[in-house]
Design a protein around this ligand. Sequence first.
Ligand SMILES: NC(=O)C1=CN([C@@H]2O[C@H](COP(=O)(O)OP(=O)(O)OC[C@H]3O[C@@H](n4cnc5c(N)ncnc54)[C@H](O)[C@@H]3O)[C@@H](O)[C@H]2O)C=CC1
Length: 510
Amino acid sequence: MDAPTTTSADSGSGGGGGWFTPRKAPPAGASTDQETPSEGRKVTPIRPVGRPERISRDREDTVPAQSAAPAAEAAPAPQYASAAGTPPQQPGPHATARPHAAQQGQGSSPAHPPHSAPSAQAPTAPRAEPTPRPAPGPEASPDARLIRRTLEEVGPDADKVTSYFYALLFVRHPELRPLFPASMDTQRDRLLKALLTAAEHADNKSVLVPYLKNLGRGHRKYGTQPEHYPAVGECLIGALTRYATTTWDQETEAAWVRTYTTISQVMIDAAAADELRAPAWWYGEVVSHDLRTSDIAVVTVRPDQPYPFLAGQYTSLETPWWPRIWRHYSFASAPRSDGLLSFHVKAVPAGWVSNALVHRARPGDVIRLGPPSGSMTVDHSSDSGLLCLGGGTGIAPIKALVEDVAEHGQRRRVEVFYGARTDHDLYDIDTMLRLQQTHPWLAVRPIVDQQAHLQLPDAVREYGPWNEYDAYLSGPPGMIRNGVDALRDIGIPVDRIRHDSVEELVATGN
Ligand SMILES: NC(=O)C1=CN([C@@H]2O[C@H](COP(=O)(O)OP(=O)(O)OC[C@H]3O[C@@H](n4cnc5c(N)ncnc54)[C@H](O)[C@@H]3O)[C@@H](O)[C@H]2O)C=CC1
């Protein structure tokens, strides 16, 4: 599924001098346009580069409840937490728990941005728990060591670096500002964070390259073009120059330029290869909207063209009411013969997209879909059982996995633990029990916190043995974190534990 990209690991590595110049011209006719089914293509707001595909699912970034429009600069608190404490993860919204990884400033501080720049004090990325930065090992390359030294210095000023970076970007390249969401609060540090994370792991090519390819492909929907990358890189260096005052020197700058050049080339190549075979986005017309509880809806859409994906994967959605704000949701069904796609959406307090999808979307509305992503998929060459933990709306991809096993006609044991806080929150239990009735190899066990007096992961310990099972976890970050611990405790090897990556490449040690 990966694009046959050139990773260009050494592109631009001939020295820290020149800036990266995109190898490929922007694809001819590759417009950033969007079309509505009836209106033809029109210009789509784009986002230049570098938002990590952080899984937010229905736990999306939020906006102050009173905001009528996403214009305020006050930052909402994104809710998706990092999986600190879990093993390093493969980048991508799904990861196994395998313990692997997962500016031409030239010393001069750029001019201060005007005060209208994004506030430095606003909360930025989800940082539910700090993830310690891995110390550069003795085998770290000289560039990696310099980069980590910079990151260590700017770490305490992360918010300021973020604000300064965007201020620079928008002051120096005002033409890029309309390409970002009107309010930058929910997303503003994703770009920088992705770049810094990638740079930090520059030595770990086996993890980094797939991560960047995915990032590059995912950025097609924003309309990212190769010529945006130098602008971003320039401002990245500008921001680092300003805040890494004691460690920044020519050598460090050269290391950053080389690393950023490599990062951007991998992303550009991946996007270009993807362009040959898939659209940058799909339109999806809402064909049904089933309000299951006061805050959970099952939304089914019909894509405007075939949408290939695998059970267990997820996509990103943009509603017409909040342009350029994308949120991730898992496919709640295996691919269907009628091509329809379903999503389970929980409206979270002050969540922009989730509230729109739950409370506003109606049949006939048209949303946009990004490409499918994630690798929490079933290995059909194996006959191991599947132990699935689905917490809350995290049951959505688990249901898709069950359907996938059913369609492949195998008789593998599938044990689903469906966790919820109250009975009422088991909004999809009827579907799951129907599946259980149909398939003798399937067991579904609802675990309600209030009744069981224990949380979902602990309930699993009371059953088993699980040593012949592959484990799949889907739900809130805390559940995944505790679930991984619980499953490892009961002897499931970490390379058989699969779950959505709560934050790529940020887990300890990757
Ligand atoms: N909608 C979708 O397509 C998908 C959503 N998700 C994620 O699933 C989550 C669903 O949220 P809600 O429905 O509000 O779930 P919730 O907060 O009500 O929790 C659901 C279950 O997880 C357990 N749990 C929660 N925190 C735990 C912890 N710290 N340790 C152990 N167990 C814990 C609870 O006991 C409960 O059984 C969101 O974070 C969402 O991002 C994940 C994959 C797909």
